[in-house]
Design a protein around this ligand. Structure first.
Ligand code: NI
Length: 167
């Protein structure tokens, strides 16, 4: 097992759509174990492969009910609305109130290539949407209202100029 460094804004891998996984093999199983270890070490409730620089459609999560993984996930249903102070390991230490559907349902595959489905309200719904956004190359910043997004991007760019070693 290994803990990967987590890529942070403005690393371009975070803005690139990830590729579908085609091989459900030992390498995938090892990567998923490493992603879980990296997520728990951070700590975070979810981690998508692009956040460790691997542009593949995989995420792991644990909202306190045990770990799960989704490979090649797609959102198949969303409903309602919920505003939550959302953060991201790739934009460390920042939280913004973001409105999204309260409920989400996603379908994908487990590490063995078997179909899986996860669904839930509030935190579960939020994690599914947030992690699947990562796989499309989208950060939570893109979900902010236009004016808040502009202010947040300016603040983050200035912070990264002041401290370029943080990427
Ligand atoms: Ni994130």
């Amino acid at each position: 097992m290994a803990i990967y460094p987590i890529r942070t804004f403005p690393d371009p891998v975070l803005r690139s759509p990830a590729a579908d996984v085609t091989e459900f093999d030992e390498d995938l199983a090892r990567l998923v174990e490493d992603m879980l270890e990296t997520m728990y070490d951070a700590p975070g409730v979810g981690l998508a492969a692009p956040q460790i620089g691997i542009s593949k459609r995989i995420f792991v999560a644990d909202i306190g009910e045990g770990p799960f993984v989704m490979v090649n996930p797609e959102l198949v249903a969303v409903s309602g609305s919920w505003t939550f102070d959302e953060g991201c390991l790739s934009v460390p230490g920042r939280f913004w109130p973001i409105s999204r559907p309260a409920y989400a349902k996603a379908r994908g595959y487990d590490v063995a290539g078997e179909p899986v489905e996860y669904a839930g309200d509030e935190l579960m719904g939020r994690v599914l949407q947030h992690e699947i956004d990562h796989l499309g190359g989208m950060l939570l910043l893109e979900r902010l209202p236009r004016r808040d997004k502009k202010a947040a991007l300016k603040e983050l760019r200035e912070a990264s100029l002041e401290n370029p070693s943080r990427r």
